[in-house]
Design a protein around this ligand. Structure first.
Ligand code: KIV
Ligand code: ZN
Length: 515
């Protein structure tokens, strides 16, 4: 007899644990954009941030809570009363709010980090859940570093927080230390020793330090976990978290062995992955399972031959099932607005008429410079050109000269509204000279922390995408831009960061962000 598949709740923490990974920080409006996409992907829970950590984190959680419909929205907090109240303040307007409180339970963490004994930690956990329950019914408790905790103490603390009314119990493998069989055993043991656990949702949260996060999560599901915490592209602290797309597709493709199902609308996976990569500027490794550029590419002649005869020879899932398109060449100089609209729809972007007009303008400019326009070019254009940070300063023209034994100089012309402003500067190289000229015009002066240049597509006329991070006295901002001219895209990316600083200043008085 066939078993009814059990339902697995997908808890996405890209906006919280994911954002904690180097280079992945996001502005509140970028988080909102990604959260809306996660809702389209049909995740069950979105962890939107850690409100006490910063004003931006608070603003992002509040914005997501106010705007999102569908998924549960949760905010992370330590067990401290002020953390819990602050998290509640940020998340309380959500359609389905949840508070997620955590404390470390391993001796290593309690001794060196918390400097507290077991009794004190137990009391803090109990009181935190009790306080959170005063705010909302849906309360998740995480025993940080559970896999290196004493199992007896873990049972004791889980039983205690269940008594206080915790509705979800999360057993994280915080340092990515466990292996599948051990993790499954830990969970089975916990379930048999704490019978009340069956009244709550058992959750897991795996880090990828040994590359086992997805395998550990799958083993946990087989041992009774019914919520898995994961991130898009597997981003997260250190080596990252379990990757959402890998987990979901493993469950889908191996349904014959794993009788579980999720609500995830898998054709949105590729688009979500691309959106995250474009927001953060942290690209997806080409051989990344499910969403990497090579995940459905067949190089060896014998493989190509097999796939042509039947895709089943070398493909265990179709590219369409995860929303990856196989066609590469799309549009050229003579393509019209309608064709562009059609292609964007195929790529999963439903543009408003205004956004399409702007995209078309950028597209025609690109088509003048480049013979063939690929899907990645279009995605880069849309992410570069259509973000909701207003272009307070706009690039009109840039010219730079450089060479061996000559001083690099640049001339930059910007629009400030209707006004055209021209400046020249010299620097350590043409890009540095351009940035200096922009500083002089805008009055902002940033320190470049990170500068990355990648070609988005192949060929001599490929789009060069620049991603950079700049520290201004007002904070650290990223900027990105794509163009066939790398000096131009560097100028545009730097300007993008400057415009964010200006926008952030204006956001501070945005009524949406006021509590
Ligand atoms: O890795 C971890 O333990 C966490 C908890 C806060 C859930 O991220
Ligand atoms: Zn974590």
């Amino acid at each position: 007899m066939q078993r009814e598949p059990a339902f697995i709740s997908i808890f996405d923490t890209t906006l919280r644990d994911g954002e904690q990974s180097p280079g992945c920080s996001m502005q509140p409006r970028e988080k909102l954009r990604l959260a809306l996409q996660l809702a389209a992907l049909k995740v069950d829970v979105i962890e939107a941030g850690f409100p006490v950590a910063s004003l931006d984190d608070f603003a992002a959680v509040q914005m997501v809570a106010r705007e999102l419909r569908g998924p549960v929205v949760t905010a992370l907090c330590r067990t401290l009363p002020e953390d819990i109240d602050r998290a509640w303040e940020a998340v309380r307007e959500a359609q389905r709010p949840r508070l997620h409180t955590f404390i470390a339970t391993s001796d290593i963490h309690m001794q060196y980090k918390l400097k507290k004994g077991r009794d004190e930690v137990l009391v803090m956990a109990r009181e935190a859940v009790r306080r959170a329950k005063d705010h909302t019914d849906d309360v998740e408790f995480s025993a940080e570093d559970a896999t290196r905790s004493d199992p007896d103490f873990l049972c004791e603390i889980v039983a205690a927080v269940l008594e206080e009314g915790a509705t979800v119990i999360n057993i994280p493998d915080t340092v990515g230390y466990t292996v599948p069989s051990e993790y499954a055993e830990l969970l089975r043991n916990l379930r048999s020793r704490v019978p009340a656990l069956d009244q709550a949702v058992l959750s897991v949260h795996c880090h990828n330090d040994l590359g086992l996060a997805v395998a550990n999560s799958l083993a946990a599901i087989e041992a009774g976990a019914r919520q898995v915490e994961c991130t898009i592209n597997g981003i997260g602290e250190r080596a990252g978290n379990a990757s959402l797309e890998e987990l979901v597709m493993a469950l889908r493709v191996r349904r014959d062995l794993l009788a579980f199902e999720t609500r995830i609308h898998t054709p949105e996976l590729y688009r979500t992955s691309q959106m995250l990569a474009n927001i953060t500027g942290v690209g997806v490794q080409p051989n990344k399972a499910i969403v990497g550029k090579n995940a459905f590419a067949h190089e060896a002649g014998i493989h190509q031959h097999g796939v042509m005869a039947s895709p089943m020879t070398y493909e265990i899932m179709t590219p369409e099932s995860v929303g990856a398109k196989t066609t590469s060449l799309v549009l050229g100089k003579h393509s019209g607005r309608h064709a562009l609209d059609q292609r964007f729809r195929e790529l999963g972007f439903d543009l408003t008429s205004e956004a399409l007009t702007r995209a078309y303008l950028l597209f025609t400019r690109l088509a003048d410079q480049k013979k063939e326009i690929f899907d990645q070019d279009l995605v880069a254009l849309i992410n570069d050109g259509l973000t909701d940070v207003p272009d307070t300063f706009q690039l009109r023209a840039v010219q730079a000269t450089a060479g061996t034994h000559v001083l690099a100089t640049a001339l930059v012309i910007l629009f400030d509204g209707e006004k055209e402003i021209t400046e020249t500067a010299s620097g350590d190289g043409p890009v540095n000279a351009v940035f200096e000229a922009i500083n002089r015009i805008t009055g902002f002066s940033g320190e470049l922390l990170d500068y990355r240049l990648a070609s988005v597509t192949g060929g001599a006329d490929a789009l060069g995408e620049v991603f950079l991070r700049v520290r201004f006295p007002e904070g650290t901002f990223s900027g990105k831009a794509a163009s066939t001219d790398i000096v131009g895209s560097s100028a545009q990316a730097y300007l993008n960061a400057v415009n964010k600083v200006i926008h952030r200043g204006k956001l501070a008085s945005d009524p949406l962000l006021q509590s």
